[in-house]
Write a protein that binds this ligand. Structure first.
Ligand code: ADP
Ligand code: MG
Length: 290
């Protein structure tokens, strides 16, 4: 599988105006295959956003000291880069932030979604097609003429996602994009991510606080104090309940429940990650038909 992102021996420190350095990431070695779906977990300040911003060049040598290399789409972005090259990377590696208000730029939904492709110089017919397609992809068709600021938080975030999709990026990083949403809004974003993943061509990285969102990914990376603490499948990561607790992270509630039962000697199977698996395991335990 082709790696869309390759990070080797990366160390990064923020630099303030007096030249003082503040270490944020150390000894990072990670690669991301094209079309994969990875969740990044870690408590506040563990370096998740810093890593994401380095990958899509929101952070560069101007912001701090970078040692090691990051290759994105075959290009070493930690070396000398022209502004055009940097812009190209930002178009191809999209990012959805926590607060949709910071990402919405226009006064109608369709203008907002058209903004990116217009900047890329696409022709009007193509732009109309992209707007229609991306609004359908996020379940917001019919809202073309709506004013974004009048939409709910969840709908606004879906417009922000559509704006990123409209750039037809090869990778999208969601940096706590569901954190400000109600459960319904969160579900809508998760459904969009799931459908994107099924399409298979877009590489997805989600940074989240919600363990239930991480269980949907193919791979989970746990950061702690600026380093990689764990890297594996959701099953491998969430079976290590104590290790996750040691870095102030939880496991999904259903996993915690069966972990407690296991500790008490009442259960000896695999720890379930999803509610339906938990229900089945419980039915088996109680010897009832489900
Ligand atoms: P996370 O997204 O996991 O909460 P961040 O990547 O935002 O973590 O932060 C990682 C570390 O870098 C933290 O110690 C944080 O205080 C520090 N940091 C973040 N932004 C800056 C900045 N602009 N200047 C100095 N230090 C920063
Ligand atoms: Mg962050």
């Amino acid at each position: 599988m082709e790696n869309i992102i390759e990070i080797k021996d990366l160390n990064f420190s923020y630099r303030d105006s007096e030249g003082n350095l503040y270490p944020a990431l150390h000894d990072i070695n990670l690669s991301f295959g094209r079309g994969t779906y990875t969740a990044i977990l870690g408590h506040n300040g563990s370096g998740k956003s810093t890593l994401a911003k380095l990958i899509n060049m929101v952070l560069t040598r101007d912001d701090g000291q970078i040692d090691g290399t990051i290759r994105v789409l075959g290009k070493e972005i930690t070396g000398e880069m022209t502004d055009d090259d940097a812009y190209d990377i930002q178009c191809r590696i999209g990012m959805v932030h926590q607060n949709p208000d910071n990402q919405i730029v226009a006064t109608t939904v369709e203008e907002d979604v058209a903004f990116g492709p217009e900047n890329l110089g696409k022709d009007p017919a193509e732009i109309r097609r992209i707007v229609t397609e991306t609004l359908a992809a996020v379940g917001m068709e019919g809202h073309e003429k709506s004013a974004p600021h009048r939409l709910s938080g969840g709908q606004k975030q879906r417009i922000a996602v559509a704006g990123v999709l409209a750039m037809q990026p090869e990778c999208i990083i969601f940096d706590e994009s569901t954190a400000m949403l109600d459960p319904q809004g969160r579900d809508a974003i998760m459904k969009t991510i799931d459908e994107l993943h099924k399409r298979g061509d877009v590489t997805i990285i989600t940074i989240t606080h919600y363990m239930n969102e991480a269980t949907d990914a193919d791979r989970v990376i746990v950061l702690d104090h600026g380093g990689v603490f764990m890297d594996g499948t959701p099953e491998e990561i969430f079976s290590q309940v104590e290790a996750l607790h040691s870095v102030s992270l939880d496991v999904p509630q259903v996993t915690e429940l069966f972990y407690e039962l296991k500790k008490a000697g009442r259960y000896d199977g695999e720890l379930p990650l999803h509610t339906d698996e938990g229900a089945q395991a419980l039915a088996n335990l109680l010897r009832i038909k489900r």
